[in-house]
Write a protein that binds this ligand. Sequence first.
Ligand SMILES: NC(=O)c1ccc[n+]([C@@H]2O[C@H](COP(=O)([O-])OP(=O)(O)OC[C@H]3O[C@@H](n4cnc5c(N)ncnc54)[C@H](OP(=O)(O)O)[C@@H]3O)[C@@H](O)[C@H]2O)c1
Length: 318
Amino acid sequence: MKAIIYTRYGSTDVLKLEEIPKPTPGDNEVLVKVYAASANAADWHMMRGKPFLIRLMVGGLLKPKNKILGADIAGRVETVGRNVKQFQPGDEVFGDISECGWGAFAEYVCASEDAVILKPDNLTFEEAAAVPIAAISALQGLRDKRQIKPGDKVLINGASGGVGTFAIQIAKSFGAEVTGVCSTKKLQLVRSIGADQVIDYTQEDFTQNGQLYDLIFDAAAYRSISDYKRSLSPKGMYLLVGGSMTRIIQVVLNKSKKIDNLVVKSNKKDLVFMKGLLESGQVAPVVDRIYPLNRVAEALRYLEERHVQGKVVIKVEQ
Ligand SMILES: NC(=O)c1ccc[n+]([C@@H]2O[C@H](COP(=O)([O-])OP(=O)(O)OC[C@H]3O[C@@H](n4cnc5c(N)ncnc54)[C@H](OP(=O)(O)O)[C@@H]3O)[C@@H](O)[C@H]2O)c1
């Protein structure tokens, strides 16, 4: 099968398209023919081995442990291991395979049967692949870290990116009053997916406009914590999802009831919950660009610029 392999950390030059043996599923695994995968910031962090902590957490200290990147998949079950109960060949599935060795940027991948669920019929493979990590990050941040409720004033910073576009829609589905912060070119998109208010960060600093929020969900944290605190309601919470390393360290060192950070942990229950929102039409993936498998390097270069509009998807030609 064809796969994008990397054997050392570095720029996108380390990514090579190679022909390698097709994997064989273990007893509790399914072999999935990958139709589409999506790229996440974690992919380019793991490609570079930066920040260094990522090598200790998943990557391998001196060289990558998993030689194929990619966690979000959508595809068709080709064969199943002998203990697999939930799937049969031909099933259309999607999920996050980061807990089973990564490897989405390939024609086939083996995944634990608990990592995938049946794909919603109303989504294409490309749309389904865009969902798992970004949507579950948004869900766990909004529902589990803060338990948002109808009427809560929620601000999503980084509203136009992979996580942000899901966060806007999920927050709306919980009945929150949502403000999205993005750059000028993305205002229309953020409005179109449901934001009640939009703030163009190139024109206005939301920490200076006197508005108070019950939750600041920050997928683009580049300001100091004291700036954010100024914009919180008395019971408000600041949740750091992503941003600069300096900010992440600052938040981790200053954790409290009002200041917290997210570490997403995908699980089947949350993916099933997301499937419900997708099937009911309350949430729809925003797909920015679709690249073929042999152009994963280009896709990650684009994502690394941190100005995507929704998700970047890899389509695996059949
Ligand atoms: N904690 C976790 O478990 C977890 C899980 C998933 C992701 N993350 C992290 O969350 C972050 C966002 O992920 P993602 O997948 O959404 O990334 P992404 O798709 O690359 O989106 C980044 C977004 O940030 C926006 N942005 C850039 N500079 C900004 C600024 N100064 N102010 C406001 N927005 C700005 C960009 O919008 P404009 O083009 O409009 O500037 C872009 O849409 C990443 O750092 C990622 O590593 C963390």
